[in-house]
Design a binder for this molecule. Structure first.
Ligand code: ZN
Ligand code: ZN
Length: 593
């Protein structure tokens, strides 16, 4: 019997019914579910129906085998992309939002937040890809929730992976739009019960379920818009897209949330931070202290000021209140001292601070502020503001648009209502944890979809950027260490590479993006053609991915926008591999982020 036939027979023998072994575990990334809400639902909430009659809603209870829900404390800002990226241990994203400020390009960069997909989304076995459906989530969140739920269930039965990862985003949209989250969660619970029953009948065992969210939701009502632009203009600042003069500030704003990021010239930080504490709606303001690594200020609207110091080697923090107590952490300091958890210099470890502040109004504030200002994103802000929950930051257009629909709730701030997401399981008791630790409770979430082995794509990367990946999942997450420090590399992935040898060159064209859509560009003049044929030779080779050094002679116009595309020949066919937009730094080299 030939080997092929043997394996075929073996496969039929192992998977007689469906042909595919069903997943052992379902991991549901459920956007924006607050700890407060899930806890209430597990215990039972009294609701009133249309006719004024009271009834009970209860879901995900112990009767169904769920353990009590735990807190999953978000990043600061407590916003989706940074939090999910942290939860799955991925390389930080260029910005907190899909509109962000790139320091290297000295430019605000606007990506379409609805149609672009971030790493954490592409790692899912199933999520809604369609930009149209996603945008409908803001208008008809209840319908889209049902649509997502259907897709989840259908695709679960088709999956052959041991862990089935799936992402639902309309749970967040629904709350922003003031829909009844309890009703949606009860619907989810029912569908999962059906799924579990069918699974048990088929497999003779229980399906393991993990449900986790990325942040909370404050249900604080519509929220008044902070007048940050006019406030700063009055004080002589210029709201800009790049920082040229000391008075230029960039304020990337994408949604309607309770936080603000500010990018400014470092020399201006102290003055600007002090000024902004007088802006109506500011609750707590944090900033990097210029020229002092690992020191940060925290201020509040009552004139309070404290300094946070971070010891990265020990991951320990010190909180010194100078005036007032902006985080109300003096009692925490005292408690740590009593428990002998402060070292001789007054530092306590991140874990000690976590245990002491988990149920605090500002949970895990020190590590979240420090990470938010240093490594939650590749382009951290100089100043981060957490707003009073009755205020929001929104672009003018966004705010106007949202007046057409009901806004009921948001998140983004440092406080517990905004920050405390959920962690829920039916097969293992969980404990309160944070976005940078939660993966540790589930073997680092193994088997996330490796989209690079299945799709074509490319990006510019640097060693420094890659070193911020917390959980190594693919070869390059380890191989990058062999790269030189100060260079930029083109990382190209494609299943096509499985079928050709290493020397098959990749042809690349680079052209400046026209400033205006109808601008005439002289193709002959502006297109730059390059051939990449010497990939970096790593000892641990990856068959679907290549890393090429950026040619030393490639010097483009500084701080400009370019488009790069690449293709290769495979069996006489011209295969398009990638196309993306990038910016250059002040030396005319591609900026990776
Ligand atoms: Zn979210
Ligand atoms: Zn949201």
């Amino acid at each position: 019997m030939s080997r092929c036939i043997f394996f075929l027979l073996l496969a039929v023998w192992i998977f007689p019914a469906t042909g595919v072994a069903l997943p052992t575990r379902l991991v549901l990334a459920l956007d924006g579910i607050a700890y407060r809400d899930m806890k209430a639902l597990q215990e039972g909430v009294t609701c009133t129906n249309f006719w004024g009659r009271q009834f009970q809603r209860r879901a995900f209870s112990s009767d169904e085998g769920y353990f009590p829900v735990s807190r999953m404390v978000s990043t600061f800002p407590s916003t989706s992309d940074v939090a999910w990226t942290d939860i799955f241990g991925d390389r930080p994203l260029p910005g907190y939002q899909r509109t962000y400020f790139s320091t290297a390009a000295n430019s605000e960069i606007i990506e379409n937040g609805v149609t672009t997909s971030m790493e954490h989304e592409r790692q899912m076995n199933w999520q809604v890809n369609s930009g149209f459906i996603r945008s409908m989530g803001y208008l008809y969140p209840v319908h889209i929730f049902g649509y997502e739920l259907d897709g989840l269930v259908k695709n679960f039965w088709k999956s052959g992976d041991a862990n089935f990862y799936t992402y639902m985003r309309s749970s967040d949209d629904a709350q922003h739009m003031d829909r009844d989250i309890f009703s949606l969660l009860c619907n989810l619970d029912r569908q999962l019960q059906d799924l579990r029953a069918r699974y048990r009948a088929q497999e003779g065992r229980d399906l393991q379920i993990v449900i986790l969210s990325d942040h909370g939701h404050n249900h604080a009502g519509p929220g008044q818009r902070v007048e940050i632009q006019s406030f700063l203009k009055k004080a002589g600042y210029r709201i800009a897209q790049s920082i040229v003069n000391p008075k230029d500030v960039v304020i990337p704003t994408a949604g309607i949330e309770t936080w603000v990021e500010i990018h400014n010239s470092p020399a201006e930080t102290e003055t600007l931070a002090e000024l902004l504490t007088h802006l109506k709606g500011v609750d707590v303001l944090t900033a990097r202290i210029p020229d002092q690594t690992n020191r940060f200020i925290v201020m509040d609207s009552k004139g309070g000021r404290a300094v946070i110091e971070w010891n990265p080697a020990k991951n320990a923090f010190r909180y010194s209140a100078e005036t007032g107590d902006p985080l109300d952490y003096r009692p925490v300091n005292e408690s740590l001292a009593q428990k002998n958890l402060l070292d001789a210099d007054g530092f306590a470890t991140a874990d000690a601070w976590m245990d002491e502040t988990m149920t605090n109004h500002f949970p895990l504030a020190l590590e979240r502020i420090v990470r938010g200002l240093t490594r939650s994103t590749l382009n951290p802000a100089t100043i981060l503001i957490s707003l009073d929950s009755h205020y929001v930051n929104a672009g003018w257009l966004v705010q106007k648009g949202s007046q057409l629909v009901t806004c009921g709730s948001t998140h983004g701030g440092l406080d517990d209502l905004d920050s405390d997401g959920i962690l829920l399981s039916n097969f293992k008791p969980t404990k309160d944890d944070s976005s940078d630790r939660v993966a540790g409770l589930f073997d680092n979430f193994p088997g996330l979809r490796n989209y690079r082995a299945e799709e074509n794509g490319a990006e510019w990367v640097t060693k420094e950027e890659q070193s911020l990946t917390r959980i190594a999942r693919v070869r390059f997450d380890r191989n990058y260490k062999l790269l030189p420090d100060d260079d930029v590399f083109l990382r190209i992935w494609s299943p096509q590479f499985f079928t050709v040898d290493d020397e098959t060159p990749v042809e690349v064209a680079i052209k400046k993006t026209p400033r205006f859509a109808n601008a005439q560009t002289d193709k002959e003049d502006t297109d730059l053609h390059l051939t990449f044929d010497q990939p970096v030779d790593f000892p641990d080779k990856c068959a679907y991915e290549r890393i090429y050094a950026c040619p030393p002679g490639l010097v483009l116009e500084p701080q400009a926008e370019y488009q790069i595309s690449g293709w290769m020949q495979n069996q006489g066919e011209n295969i398009r591999l990638f196309e993306f937009i990038f910016h250059t730094n002040n030396r005319g080299r591609p900026a990776a982020f």
